[in-house]
Design a protein around this ligand. Sequence first.
Ligand SMILES: CC(C)(COP(=O)(O)OP(=O)(O)OC[C@H]1O[C@@H](n2cnc3c(N)ncnc32)[C@H](O)[C@@H]1OP(=O)(O)O)[C@@H](O)C(=O)NCCC(=O)NCCS
Length: 151
Amino acid sequence: MDPVKNFSPRIERFPGSEAAKMAHCHRIRRVVFCDEQGVAADLEWDDQDPVSTHYLLYLNDAPVATARTRPYKPGEAKIERVAALKPARGQGLGRLLMERVLADLKSSSATEAVLNAQTAVRDFYTRLGFVPVGPDFIEADIPHVHMRLKL
Ligand SMILES: CC(C)(COP(=O)(O)OP(=O)(O)OC[C@H]1O[C@@H](n2cnc3c(N)ncnc32)[C@H](O)[C@@H]1OP(=O)(O)O)[C@@H](O)C(=O)NCCC(=O)NCCS
């Protein structure tokens, strides 16, 4: 049996103006990126939240994973800040969230999804169909690789 089905995951999509939901996104991002990975606060809290579309995945009504997308270069949507709280990982929830994000992007005007993946989770994205493009590089002191997916 699919273990995810036992936990009733639910996904919401909303704009950056929804303050109460954004507080949940920020908490998850603070725990995962700042506390766990040591990303500097001034890099994590950029000026793109207001112009992004945000996602929250709830497990039994508790927000446990998030992501955001925003228009990037012409025809491109950029996916960023993909994070699941540690106890929620390894159950297919990150995949579920990304599948929802990609389904929404497919029905948008974007023709390509792009992201900068931490190299440690490159295979999480290749399993979703993303292809690495170009050499690895350092962003926020963490090795990354640019990845792209035709929608
Ligand atoms: C990356 C992250 C969102 C994945 O979420 P998750 O819920 O654990 O992933 P899932 O359980 O849905 O895994 C989906 C697939 O990706 C694979 N996968 C997940 N994490 C992986 C990793 N670190 N390395 C390689 N493969 C991974 C799983 O094995 C699974 O493969 P399958 O579909 O063939 O079974 C989560 O590990 C996380 O928040 N990490 C810390 C923050 C981070 O690094 N974010 C990415 C920034 S670019």
